[in-house]
Design a protein around this ligand. Structure first.
Ligand SMILES: [Zn+2]
Length: 354
């Protein structure tokens, strides 16, 4: 806080920096304001703030973080809830200077309200459409997520649903995410549906190597040549990574989605200074700074850029390049890429400290 007060321009720089957010889970991105609205609708659940958000300086285990999602799911049970959440999350990213956002979420059904997986997805798409009609300066797309917990059958259903929406939504549903508790399920359960999705033209963003000692699984997923990797925390570590895995990722230039605060608060990385962003950035590997779950981890994308810059001593010009290059790794078409590059060029500050 002190540093911010001494150098207010620095905070403005990160907020005004146009940004791309490629790794944001819808339910984990719910802000405390939206959470209050959801809690007020369901007072009988007796849920309070600390059950859905990890405050500054606090940590949880990865397992506890996944438990928090169960609490959040109890609060977001109807299509109205999902629409409100989607619109609020998009507005908050736009307010933080995000110009292009890929939201990801697992289609969920809820017997008590009659919400089906299909109407869940339609509510997200409606939220995206309404935000566009309100002229928010942000381009939003959707990645359908496969939760590992569901196993191979649910994964197959999700791929089918994604294929349907991929064909009918004019470039809004762009790909698939594989996520959820990395200790649950086996890689082989998901290889077939994921490669089927790839054949249909859906892009793949896979959470990989989030926890130690998953070398075999990581290798199997990498053989699919995913379009982006979420976290990849242990790829370059002696616990579960290897130089061969790193070489494979480098050879195919598979971009990494890196989420600093998420990894610190869920304790898969011991400190900001030891975050693997340092390694991948030092070898100039495509890396995109993302939030993961801005609500749960009480962060926002401007702050993540600032943390990366301050931890790894990046100049404003290097931070600008990091944001500009992230446009290369979006799943939308070349036209969108060139629109975004034009926007970045228009917004580029005349002076930056080099
Ligand atoms: Zn994630």
């Amino acid at each position: 806080m002190e540093a911010e007060e001494q150098q207010p321009w620095k905070t403005d720089f990160y907020l005004e920096l146009p940004k791309v957010e490629l790794h944001a889970h819808l339910n984990g991105s719910i802000s405390s304001n939206t959470m209050k609205k959801l809690i007020a609708k369901k007072p009988n659940l007796k849920i309070c703030d600390h059950m859905t958000m990890i405050d500054k300086g606090k940590k949880r285990t990865l397992e506890e973080c996944f438990q928090m999602f169960h609490v959040i799911h109890q609060l977001a049970t109807s299509t109205e809830d999902i629409l409100m959440i989607t619109k609020d999350v998009i507005k908050e990213f736009a307010d933080d200077g995000v110009k292009y956002l890929e939201l990801r979420s697992t289609p969920r059904e809820e017997n008590t309200t009659g919400m089906t997986k299909k109407t869940y997805v339609e509510s997200i798409l409606e939220g995206i459409k309404q935000s566009k009609q309100e002229n928010l300066d942000i381009d939003v797309r959707y990645l359908m997520a496969i939760d590992r917990r569901g196993g191979p059958l649910v994964a197959k259903e999700t791929v089918k649903l994604a294929e349907e929406f991929f064909l009918s939504t004019e470039d809004t549903v762009l790909g698939l995410d594989l996520s959820g508790d990395p200790t649950i399920g086996q890689a082989k359960d998901f290889l077939e549906p994921l490669s089927e999705a790839k054949k249909s033209g859906l892009k793949l963003a896979l959470h990989l190597s989030e926890i130690p000692n998953q070398k075999k699984e990581t290798q199997m997923f990498l053989d699919l040549l995913p379009d982006r990797i979420g976290h990849g925390t242990f790829l370059n570590s002696s616990e579960g990574g290897s130089p061969e895995l790193v070489d494979l990722v480098r050879q195919h230039k598979i971009p990494l989605e890196l989420c600093l605060t998420s990894n610190i608060k869920s304790q898969t990385v011991p400190s900001y200074g030891q975050h693997h962003f340092g390694f991948w950035y030092s070898i100039a590997h495509p890396s995109v700074i993302c939030t993961d779950d801005k609500g749960v981890f009480a962060t926002y994308l401007s702050q993540e850029y600032q943390l990366a810059a301050e931890t790894f001593h990046l100049t404003q010009s290097q931070v600008w390049d990091l944001s500009y290059e992230s446009i290369n790794y979006i799943f939308a078409s070349d036209n969108t890429r060139s629109d975004l590059r034009n926007k970045w060029n228009r917004l580029k500050p005349k002076r930056m400290d080099f």
